[in-house]
Design a protein around this ligand. Structure first.
Ligand code: NAI
Length: 356
């Protein structure tokens, strides 16, 4: 038996997490759940969105399946997601986006994977508030040392990109492509504008690429990448990006396959892994029983595969394809006519499919 830390999250988190747990349990996989709270319920119970015992549980079990968690604005709490990624050194975020029969999309073929660097860039949290003592000092220093004039009424966020983190994520992307028989790795950057951050990212990647000459590779400016994705997404395969571009582009890719409700994800480090859907806690539909659980169920498929439970992962993937392909399920985010399927109807259909 493998023990998995299950964090249901908040908003629609508990709804999609419980649906996922039903479907995974129906597979009869040799796993047991250690269910713990993070996010808004943990603030109420423990005064913090990420209590130490939750982090300790993931460190012990090595694997977590996580529902979305609201990032409270203006409360002083750090984002649970950013903290988990930094504390557990989950340096790679992997978000496969594949089009399913039965899910409406503007495209016929989309089958790509966004690999996002998860630990640094503008999301590292090195920030200086407008008007603060620190921001004033930094502005003075930059002016004195380099003649950089930053406006007095500017807030400042720094964008560190290191050789170490770039090496790790680009190696990871090539290895992932090889393991999953992918044909090409596309690296997004803006090296022409940000020479010392994106420029270093590009130069480091070009060095790494020399070790993978049998793999397809291209480096593309991220704005051009966005255009190609909206125009000919079938031309792309594995896309590797720094943190901020990766966040934006992976939501764009979710849109290509019919929405966030179909986009799973995983955050991987050398020791730990956290599997979670790309979407957030969707407060606008929370508690209504209409959240689409497929993204979290597909995240569980990635988890089973990661655990080496290949037969269970395959059965789960097949069940999702069969249920969506049957056209009998239409979740709220798929739009269309008539009453949408409820979260539990989707779960019931999937349980029947994995048991059938
Ligand atoms: P969101 O992803 O929660 O919602 C965006 C839109 O998509 C909403 O209209 C929502 O109803 C819809 N949607 C999302 N997931 C859906 C699903 N499974 N089924 C049907 N419709 C779905 O993004 P938003 O509103 O920007 O963020 C809400 C909160 O979630 C914020 O506090 C944000 O920080 C947090 N968040 C957490 C993440 C995580 O825990 N990994 C990831 C992204 C956001």
């Amino acid at each position: 038996m493998t023990t998995i830390t299950l964090i249901e999250g908040d908003g629609i988190g508990p709804e999609v997490a419980q649906a996922t747990r039903c479907v995974v349990d129906a597979l009869g996989a040799p796993i047991e759940w250690e269910v713990l709270e993070a996010g808004l319920p943990a603030i109420e119970a423990h005064g913090t969105p990420l209590p130490a015992h939750v982090l300790e549980s993931i460190r012990r079990n090595k694997i977590a399946l996580k529902g979305p968690v609201t990032t409270p604005v203006g409360t002083g709490f750090r984002s649970v997601n950013v903290t988990l990624r930094q504390e557990l050194e989950l340096f790679a975020s992997v978000r496969p986006c594949r089009l399913f029969d039965g899910v409406p999309s503007r495209f016929d073929v989309v089958d790509l994977v966004v690999v996002r660097e998860n630990t640094e860039d503008l999301y590292e949290g090195v920030e200086f508030e407008m008007g603060s003592k620190e921001a004033t000092k930094l502005r003075g220093y930059l002016d004195y040392m380099h003649g950089f004039k930053i406006r007095r009424d500017a807030g400042i966020s720094l964008k560190p990109i290191s050789v170490t983190a770039t090496n790790a994520i680009v190696h990871f992307a090539f290895d992932y492509a090889k393991r999953h028989r992918r044909r090409k790795v596309t690296l997004g950057h803006k090296a022409n504008i940000m020479r010392f951050s994106d420029g270093l990212w590009l130069d480091t990647a070009l060095e790494v690429e020399k070790g993978y000459r049998d793999a397809g590779f291209e480096a593309v400016q991220v704005d051009e990448l966005a255009m190609v994705l909206a125009w000919h997404p079938e031309e792309l395969d594995v896309i590797v990006l720094p943190n901020l571009y990766g966040d934006i582009i992976s939501d764009l890719c979710a849109g290509l396959i019919g929405g966030l409700g179909f986009a799973p994800g995983m955050n991987l480090g050398n020791e730990h892994a956290v599997f979670e859907p790309t979407h957030g806690s969707a407060p606008d539909i929370a508690g209504r029983g209409i959240a689409n659980p497929i993204a979290m169920i597909l995240s569980a498929e990635l988890m089973l595969d990661h655990l080496g439970l290949t037969a269970e992962a395959t059965r789960l993937g097949r069940a999702v394809r069969a249920v969506l392909g049957s056209g009998k399920i239409r979740t709220a985010d798929m739009k269309g006519e008539g009453e949408p399927s409820t979260t539990s109807e989707v779960a019931d259909a999937l349980v029947a499919a994995v048991e059938g």
